[in-house]
Write a protein that binds this ligand. Structure first.
Ligand SMILES: Cc1cc2nc3c(=O)[nH]c(=O)nc-3n(C[C@H](O)[C@H](O)[C@H](O)COP(=O)(O)OP(=O)(O)OC[C@H]3O[C@@H](n4cnc5c(N)ncnc54)[C@H](O)[C@@H]3O)c2cc1C
Length: 476
């Protein structure tokens, strides 16, 4: 006989979006439960693996709402849902304050201004995995502790499989735990399962044909359950074809020491990216996230190599916090080096004649300011390119790494799940990486996975609590 379970608020997923919603719901008087598919106390999720830097479109979260809204609009080229963007801009500051009063310890992550709110202790500046005991890992533990202090429950090993609906209203969740089906009735349900970066079928449908040749730069636990459940309940979706990710050494496919860092983005953006024929295949000037998306859409996402010269390798190669120069080699990644482009091409198994011609064309275009005539065009959004002319020359075989999906379930500013006609599905909310509308678009604008998860984690709980008429004054 199944234990009868009734809660005011049931959240699917125990990452930051899920735990923020549950803790906030519990402190507003709701009986809350979090269903978490992972079985261990340190169950894997992107939140646990995060670098821990809270920002809003690469700006300090404590800037004024107007400044933050401008930053989001700039990043997304205005292709963001203005209600969602305004919600982030309005709440980013109070969200880090709330987190700090719920166990988060923030530190200045680096000299960079928008690294002011990094979870402490920050990850070490080393290649490969380094999440255990770091700020995000610790904060998940703190949030869980606060949830349980308020009699909220974290049900580990419990995977939500279907929403229960009555007359168009969500009234509960069916979940599977240890081979048994649990039925939970709920006043409201929050989907916070992280999105679908780990679902090969959805990846093939929306992003590109070869997920097996794209590096899964995430914990592997966000597998699209929430998206499917929401769609079955009548939800709309938005922007599923765009994702947030980075460029990595191609060796990262086999070598765990080469991901999630060092990223090759800065070098690629300052250089050229060619295929095995030695031809440029995309616009490097649009930045690392754009190059990553472009590669993931190809029939063979593993076809690309970055070509640069000594000044680029010395400058862009060292510009990141965990820079490929020298960490790529130190972690066992491939870096070809030669004094001529032709010899470099042979070492990297590229066509020497074509690569020499490509580099010569590119250098001419930079010299004579003819970047727009190149095919593909070379834009300058990520900075002015420089000629590739000073030996030694370098070739880095790369791959695209997907960190998280940025399209997903359509929501309004309270996190209520919307139907395609814009109406809200009663009692159904979504927060964090599973939602769409804020980020993406043609410019592939990124707002920030952590701030998105936590702002909407709080918002959904507050709206649900308002609906329950408890603590009615909290929204005043
Ligand atoms: C390597 C890396 C570095 C990053 N660094 C940063 C950074 O510095 N700054 C930043 O802003 N963002 C960063 N991000 C992105 C950020 O971590 C995520 O966007 C954010 O944590 C997403 O939180 P979430 O709660 O929505 O999802 P998640 O943290 O993925 O949590 C989802 C949870 O749902 C569970 N789940 C899935 N399906 C079910 C189901 N059916 N039933 C029950 N449970 C389920 C999963 O097991 C998981 O625990 C980084 C991500 C990665 C991978």
């Amino acid at each position: 006989m199944n234990e009868p379970m009734h809660f005011d608020l049931v959240t699917i997923g125990g990452g930051f979006a899920g735990l923020c919603s549950a803790v906030r719901g519990a402190e507003l008087g709701l009986r809350t439960a979090v269903l978490e598919a992972g079985t261990d106390d340190d169950y894997l999720c992107s939140s646990r693996w995060a670098g821990g830097i809270f920002h809003v479109s690469y700006h300090d979260v404590k800037l004024s709402p107007d400044e933050l809204l401008a930053a989001i609009n700039h990043q997304t080229n205005g292709e963001t849902d203005q209600q969602l963007a305004a919600a982030i801009a309005a709440d980013a500051g109070r969200t880090v304050v709330w987190l700090a009063s719920h166990g988060a310890v923030f530190t200045q992550g680096s000299q960079i201004g928008w690294h002011r709110f990094a979870l402490a202790p920050p990850r070490a500046p080393v290649a490969g995995q380094d999440w255990r005991g770091r700020g995000p890992d610790r904060l998940l533990g703190e949030l869980r502790r606060r949830l349980e202090q308020r009699q909220g429950r974290l049900l580990l090993g419990t995977r939500a499989v279907a929403l229960r609906l009555e007359r168009g209203r969500v009234v509960g969740v069916a979940a599977s735990k240890g081979g048994k089906v649990l039925d939970l009735s709920a006043g409201a349900v929050v989907i916070a399962d992280g999105g679908f970066p780990g679902n090969a079928e959805l990846f093939r449908k929306y992003i590109g044909p070869r997920p097996d040749r794209v590096l899964m730069r995430h914990a592997g636990t966000a597998i699209g359950d929430g998206l499917k459940m929401a769609v079955n309940a009548g939800a709309g979706v938005v922007g599923l074809d765009r994702f947030y990710g980075h460029l990595l050494s191609r060796d990262a496919i086999e070598n765990i020491d080469l991901w999630p860092y060092p990223q090759i983005d800065a070098v690629a953006t300052a250089s050229i990216v060619v295929d095995q024929r030695g031809y440029r295949i995309l616009d490097e000037g649009l930045g690392g996230i754009s190059i990553t998306n472009d590669l993931a859409q190809l029939d063979d996402p593993l076809c690309a190599t970055v070509i640069c010269d000594a000044p680029i390798w010395e400058a862009a190669g060292k510009s990141a916090q965990i820079p490929p120069n020298p960490q790529l080699l130190a972690a066992g990644g491939t870096l070809h080096q030669a004094d001529t482009i032709e010899v470099l091409a042979e070492a990297a198994a590229l066509s020497p004649e074509n690569l020499a011609a490509t580099v010569a064309d590119y250098n001419d275009a930079v010299r004579f300011n003819r970047l727009a005539t190149l095919l593909p065009e070379r834009s300058t959004r990520s900075g002015a390119p420089r000629r590739i002319e000073t030996p030694p020359f370098f070739a880095i075989p790369i791959c695209a790494g997907i960190t998280n999906t940025i399209g997903g379930i359509a929501i309004d500013e309270h996190g209520r799940v919307k139907r395609p006609d814009g109406s809200a599905i009663t009692s159904l909310y979504a927060a964090g990486g599973t939602t769409g509308g804020l980020e993406g678009g043609g410019a592939l604008g990124y707002v920030g996975g952590l701030i998105k998860a936590c702002v909407f984690g709080l918002r959904v709980a507050e709206h649900a609590a308002g609906q329950f008429n408890r603590e009615a004054d909290i929204l005043k």
